[in-house]
Design a protein around this ligand. Structure first.
Ligand code: FAD
Length: 521
């Protein structure tokens, strides 16, 4: 009998795994099904709405072509939906050649002055501590935090503000992950103030990545089943091997048990950075949800109980105070805001990247993407995205924590930071989004807290997510999920084509030299 594959979770990790099974494993699409709890496929890689009711994206993603080896390996095979004859990779590279990132207003201070950032602001002690951390091996770093290695002054440097807001790090996050970022993104070190290494997709990542991939999978016959939660997994152990034998599914109040036969495969998306996320509106703050209100951790928690090889979800989902932040998407029907912002920053929309208000209590940043940012966006609408790393603090212009603010209050705070008249956002629609687990992947961890994509004793079961252990690679990236998918599929299906290696930019003498020069400026 031909093997079937069951993928649990509708994120880019599952979509990528299905594509690798077809392209490299020779499986038929009709033998693959993806069950996702959300109404749409794509998981955290979302983007939806319309000009009238307002657009919403939980995230605006930065990609690179210097890294993201598995992502581009995949998207070289996926046709664009808008540019016939081109792959998603080709259209993205072409777009970035025409729209190069070169931020001219990366940091803005409370006087609305652009902060000169050609120096990283390091003291000699900062440099020594940073070098020491970047050279300490992961075993010695253990489950320590970044603050265990770097003195408090380090967190006031321009480097930290730019690095932390580019990648969403907090001082209490994992020292191991911070070290991995320093190595993986060494090329960004010397261009962090202009974000010149950042590559963008033409539209938001739902329209530019998820949609083409989903269209291709559907054309191959893959079954995409939305609004379906897998609540339990049946299993047996044979010769010491864990074998998944059944899936318990809940769709629209209907329970179904699906038998997983000998030779079939099961892939689980364990955990999600956008679990329990909620949207607000111009008049209401987002609801404060927790994991009990959602469900992306539940199956992993069940499976990991008594099975140390399946990791430890509690390491990642036990402290909302350390993993929460909030984003917002603004839809405008009046070009005044974009015009003033472009004039102030010196960047045309799509060329500047993040503008961070470094003295703002919320540590707020905004990005003006190239317009239109949505496939269905009319020419007279503009959309931009922003976020804040400290939504629990009272604002500078709104006397409330961001998490208690509606969209109108967030716009008031933004205009205060920019010293723009409220008139420019009079007809704007701001949709806030609270994400209690958004940096859960960055929580300090020990080896073993994340399972391997294919755990040592597994015969037909794999994990595909941000919460698996992959040497050298960095979480909070599309790449990590696609790499996990490629590794899991190749191992379970016995595919001999190699998974693209993590590019060793940190081993290049030139790159290391450049980074050192920057650090010592
Ligand atoms: C605000 C934000 C900014 C970001 N910025 C960047 C960036 O600049 N660059 C970059 O590369 N990446 C960025 N990312 C990260 C990137 O989007 C994610 O790493 C990636 O999309 C994660 O994909 P995934 O498939 O692993 O998980 P997810 O997208 O989280 O998907 C997992 C899905 O599985 C579902 N699920 C879990 N359990 C079950 C179950 N039992 N039954 C059914 N369904 C289940 C969940 O509902 C979830 O939708 C950002 C993400 C966000 C949210």
């Amino acid at each position: 009998m031909k093997p079937k594959a069951y993928l649990v979770g509708g994120g880019i990790g599952s979509l990528a795994a299905a594509a690798f099974m077809i392209r490299d494993g020779g499986m038929l699409g009709e033998d693959i099904s993806i069950r996702g709890a959300l109404p749409l496929m794509g998981g955290s890689l979302d983007g939806a709405g319309h000009a009238e009711g307002g657009y919403s994206l939980r995230g605006g993603r930065m990609l690179t072509t210097d890294n993201y080896e598995c992502t581009w390996d995949l998207f070289k095979s996926i046709p664009s939906v808008n540019n016939p004859g081109k792959s998603v990779y080709e259209e993205t590279v072409e777009f970035n050649e025409q729209h190069k990132s070169h931020a001219l207003a990366r940091l803005v201070d409370c006087r609305r002055a652009k902060v000169p950032v050609s120096s990283m602001g390091f003291s000699m002690r900062d440099r020594i501590e940073l070098l020491k951390l970047s050279r300490t091996d992961e075993a010695a770093l253990g489950s320590s935090c970044i603050t265990d290695w770097l003195s408090s002054e380090f967190f006031d440097t321009e480097f930290w503000v730019m690095w932390a807001t580019t990648f969403a790090f907090q001082p209490w996050h994992s020292a191991v992950e911070f070290k991995r970022y320093l190595h993986r993104f060494l090329l960004e070190f010397s261009r962090i103030e202009t974000l010149a290494g950042v590559k963008r997709t033409i539209y938001n990542q739902y329209d530019s990545m998820v949609l083409p991939l989903q269209t291709w999978l559907q054309a191959q016959g893959v079954h995409l089943i939305a609004d379906c939660r897998v609540t339990d997994l049946d299993s047996k152990t044979e010769d010491g091997k864990f074998i998944a034998t059944g899936l318990h599914c809940l769709q629209h109040y209907d329970n179904e048990v699906i038998a997983v036969n000998d030779g079939d495969f099961v892939f689980l998306q364990n955990g999600s950075m956008t679990d329990a996320s909620s949207l607000g509106s111009m008049t209401s703050a987002p609801a404060k949800l927790e994991k009990e209100d959602s469900g992306s951790w539940t199956l992993w928690e069940k499976l990991a109980t008594g099975r140390p090889q399946f990791g430890n979800p509690a390491t990642f989902n036990s402290s909302i105070a350390q993993s929460c932040w909030e984003s917002f998407t603004v839809t405008l029907k009046n070009p005044a805001f974009f015009e003033q912002m472009q004039q102030f920053s010196g960047n045309e929309a799509g060329t500047g990247g993040l503008v961070t208000f470094k003295d703002s209590n919320w540590l707020m940043s905004i990005v003006l993407a190239h317009q239109p940012h949505f496939l269905n966006q009319p020419a007279d609408a503009q959309v931009f995205w922003g976020y804040a790393l400290f939504p629990d603090r009272v604002g500078n212009f709104v006397p409330k924590p961001m998490t208690d603010c509606n969209g109108a209050e967030i716009l008031q705070e933004l205009c205060g930071q920019l010293h723009f008249d409220l008139e420019v956002i009079k007809t704007a629609n701001c949709i806030p989004c609270r994400m209690p687990y958004i940096t859960s992947m960055f929580m300090p961890r020990s080896l073993g807290d994340r399972p391997l994509p294919v755990p040592a004793n597994s015969k037909n079961f794999a994990f595909v997510s941000q919460f698996v252990e992959i040497p050298e690679d960095t979480v909070f990236t599309v790449e990590y999920s696609v790499r996990a998918a490629q590794m899991a599929v190749y191992e379970l299906l016995g595919i001999t084509r190699g998974v693209p290696a993590v590019t060793p930019h940190d081993k290049s003498l030139h790159a290391e030299f450049e980074a050192l020069v920057k650090a010592f400026k």
